[in-house]
Structure formats: structure tokens, C-alpha cells
Design a protein around this ligand. Structure first.
Ligand code: ACO
Length: 404
């Protein structure tokens, strides 16, 4: 294949849109991004508005139902989430047996295990296969979606406890989604600023149109598999360092860099042909400063102001950002810090080990994944692209003993 531009490959069968860049796969009324101006709208609201005034529960309701809840609706929704936080014994066993694995592997497996025993999930999948997706099934789909939102934080916290040989901490019904997550993980009353940080992070990552993980969820859902399997597959896609894994990679790189004075050298190395990419910089859609990065930058600053920056993570990130914003290489390519550049710093200082950063991303994005699935099922069609075959045809079969 000949690459004619960054995104089109010429093949004997016709042009190939490399990485499906800018290919439209569905309509949506969930999220819109203006990548040139760095604006993100969720159900029409600017993300800055939601981050300043909302809670994750409010935003999750908005994403799932298309409008902000009133006080009673929010209360009922929060109660439903609280009631669904516990896991099936199968999922707990999976998390226990994968205690030594990276939590994203454990999360992927635990989501699949939970889905195998969720009667509503199985009933919904059966209805979809029978061609039924009317009001009753749609209500059931929202119920399954809400359960996924409720359970993922528990899976992450339980894995953390198993991985460290600690007793499990059961969910607490008087705590919000974010506060309960921190409580289950660390087993103590969480600091209010840490709760705010987790809540903010959950809001900022709740949906982002159709990145690789959401597309993966849609591909699986389009086969009428089941909602948990679609989410398990999305977790697998999110794990990669080019997607959700970048927040973990960014903090690891700050720890490795060790001092802000090295920022120039590090940024310069990333501009060399074949040099290492700067983690948390660049975005397929944003060709301007990521609005979520700006919010988390401010939060990280507030956090280190209160709790200090003993590892100089904020100072290092700030120095790298300064170099990136003045580097012709990054500016010509319109590469700016993305949300992952800033998001791991406060987590690190909260005591969240960096391998749990991407799972927390999943705990947020799950609502976007399931909302896109619900939207797609309104007019489902299996995804089945084509590939241009470039190999030989009619090759004669040689028995194994006669092969050289
Ligand atoms: N550091 C150095 N150079 C970069 C970086 C980076 N972080 N990102 C892109 N570039 C360069 C590429 O080398 C390429 O240069 P060239 O034109 O000389 O070949 C050019 O910028 C275009 O980059 P692509 O990789 O083609 O851009 P694409 O849209 O395919 O990739 C991506 C976007 C994957 C996010 C990329 O910028 C990257 O790898 N960033 C680092 C990982 C990261 O932060 N991922 C998080 C994404 S956001 C999220 O998932 C929440």
C-alpha cells in the first residue's frame, strides 16, 4: 500500500482510510467535540459547566437519559446505583485469582464473569436475538447499563484489596459514587479534596464520542452478543498506551524524569525520528488544548498546593508542558497536552498506584460505552468492514512430509 496522506492508503481495491480516521460510523446525540477549538459538549452542555456544577451521578444520568435529573430522579438513580454495587461470587473469584495481574486484565475478566450470571443481561441478549427491542427491552437495557456503572468501581477496589492481601471493604450506602470508591479501596473515610478529584475525573471522562474503546464496544454490541461482553472488550481496548493507558504511562515517565530541569531534553528526544512519544500529548481529534486537560491541570495544582509535590510530578509536568507549547515540532503538528497528561498526578498523591489509573478511566467511561450501545441498538447493523487481500490465490497444498 502507498500512503498518500497521513490517513489514506492507496490499495489495489481502492483507498483505505487508515485507522478509520474521520470515518463516520453512527449518529449520536450524546457527545460532540470541536477538535479545532478544543470544545467538548455532553448532551449539549459544555464539559466545563458539568465539571463545575455536577456530580458524576448527575452526569451519568444525563448521558443515559438525555437530560439532567431533578432532585427526586437523582436521588432514585443514586439509590439504584448503590443497590447494585455488590458483585456476584463468580466475579469476586475472578478478581481474587487475578490478584497478581494488571488490574485491567482483572477488570476485563470480572466484567465478563459478572455478565455471565446477570439474569437481566441474559434476558436482554435473548430478546435482542429474537428481534425484540421495544419499550420493555429498552428499559431493561438501561437497567443493565446502570448495573455496569455501579459495579465497576467495586471490581477495581476489590482487585486492589486482593492484590495487597487486604480484607475486602464492602460498599457503604451513605457515600456517593466517588467517595464510596475511595472508601472501598483504602478502607478509611476519604479526604474531601480526593473525593472531589475522583468525581471530577469521572465526569471529565464520562464520554468522548467514538474513540477506540467505544468503537470496540459498538462492534461487539452490533453482533447482539451482550452488554457486559461489549464492555469487557472495551476495557481491553482502553488498556492500550495509545488510549486509556496514557495516564499511567505519563506519571511513570514523570517519575523517571525526576526533575523539571530535564524537561527540555525529554521533549527534544520526542521530536527525533523514531524517538519516544511523549505520553499524554497529542490527540486524534483535538488539535487544540484539550478542555478536560485544562480542568484537571487546575485541580492538580490545587491538590499539590494542599498536599505538596514531594516527587515534583506537577513541577515536571508543568515544565514539559512549557517546552511542548513552545516547540515548533509540537506546534506544527498541533500536538497539545491531553487530559491524561495531568490526570495521574493527584491520583498518585492520593496513594492510588498508577496501574489503577486506567481502571478508574474505565469506571468513568463505562457510562459512555453503554449509552452509545443503547443508541446503536435503536438501529442496529453488524459492523463488517472489508480488507484488501494482497496475498496469492490457488496455492497448491503440499503434504507436510514434502515441505522443505
Ligand atoms: N510525542 C511525539 N510525537 C507525537 C506525539 C507525541 N505524544 N503524538 C503524535 N506525534 C507525532 C507523530 O510522530 C506524527 O509525526 P510525523 O507527522 O512526523 O510522522 C504526528 O505527530 C502525527 O501523529 P499520529 O500518531 O499520526 O497521530 P494520531 O492521530 O494517529 O495519534 C495519538 C494520536 C495516538 C493520541 C498520539 O498523539 C499519541 O500516541 N500520543 C501519546 C499517547 C497518548 O497520550 N494517548 C492518549 C490519547 S487521549 C485518550 O485516550 C484519553
Amino acid at each position: 500500500c502507498i500512503e498518500t496522506s497521513g490517513k489514506i492508503l492507496q490499495s489495489p481495491c481502492g483507498p483505505i482510510i487508515h485507522g478509520l480516521e474521520d470515518v463516520l460510523v453512527k449518529t449520536t446525540s450524546i457527545t460532540d467535540i470541536d477538535g479545532d477549538r478544543g470544545i467538548l459538549w455532553i448532551r449539549g452542555y459544555r464539559v466545563e459547566e458539568l465539571a463545575a456544577h455536577g456530580s458524576y451521578e448527575e452526569v451519568a444520568y444525563l448521558i443515559l437519559r438525555g437530560r439532567l435529573p431533578n432532585r427526586r430522579e437523582l436521588q432514585e438513580f443514586s439509590e439504584r446505583l448503590k443497590a447494585s454495587r455488590e458483585l456476584s461470587p463468580a466475579a469476586v473469584e475472578v478478581l481474587r485469582s487475578l490478584a497478581k495481574a494488571h488490574p485491567m486484565f482483572a477488570l476485563e475478566a470480572a466484567v465478563a464473569a459478572e455478565g455471565a450470571f446477570d439474569e437481566d443481561n441474559l434476558k436482554l441478549a435473548e430478546a435482542l436475538r429474537a428481534g425484540r427491542y421495544k419499550e420493555e427491552e429498552k428499559a431493561l437495557a438501561v437497567k443493565v447499563a446502570e448495573k455496569l456503572v455501579a459495579k465497576i468501581p467495586t471490581m477495581i477496589a476489590y482487585h486492589y484489596r486482593f492484590s495487597r492481601g487486604l480484607e475486602l471493604v464492602r460498599p457503604r450506602h451513605d457515600l456517593s459514587h466517588a467517595a464510596n470508591f475511595l472508601y472501598m479501596m483504602f478502607g478509611r473515610e476519604p479526604d474531601p479534596l480526593a473525593v472531589r478529584g475522583i468525581d471530577l475525573y469521572l465526569i471529565l471522562h464520562s464520554d468522548h464520542e467514538v474513540p477506540a474503546s467505544t468503537f470496540t464496544a459498538l462492534v461487539v454490541a452490533s453482533t447482539l452478543s451482550d452488554m457486559y461482553s461489549a464492555v469487557a472488550a472495551a476495557v481491553g481496548a482502553l488498556k492500550g498506551p495509545l488510549h486509556g493507558g496514557a495516564n499511567e504511562a505519563a506519571v511513570k515517565s514523570y517519575l523517571q524524569i525526576g526533575d523539571p530541569s530535564k524537561a527540555k531534553e525529554v521533549v527534544e528526544a520526542a521530536t527525533k525520528p523514531g524517538g519516544p512519544k511523549l505520553m499524554g500529548v497529542g490527540h486524534r481529534v483535538y488539535k487544540a488544548y484539550d478542555p478536560r486537560a485544562k480542568i484537571f491541570r487546575e485541580f492538580s495544582q490545587e491538590y499539590v498546593k494542599k498536599f505538596g509535590d514531594p516527587q515534583k510530578l506537577y513541577a515536571i509536568a508543568e515544565a514539559i508542558e512549557r517546552e511542548v507549547l513552545s516547540s515548533p515540532y509540537f506546534q506544527q503538528r498541533r500536538l497539545y497536552p491531553n487530559v491524561d497528561f495531568w490526570s495521574g498526578i493527584a491520583f498518585y498523591y492520593m496513594g492510588v498506584p498508577y496501574e489503577y489509573f486506567t481502571p478508574i478511566f474505565a469506571a468513568s467511561r463505562v457510562v459512555g460505552w453503554v449509552a452509545h450501545i443503547l443508541e446503536y441498538w435503536e438501529n442496529n447493523r453488524i459492523f463488517r468492514p472489508r480488507a484488501c487481500y494482497m496475498g496469492p490465490h490457488d496455492v497448491p497444498y503440499v503434504p507436510i512430509d514434502q515441505r522443505s
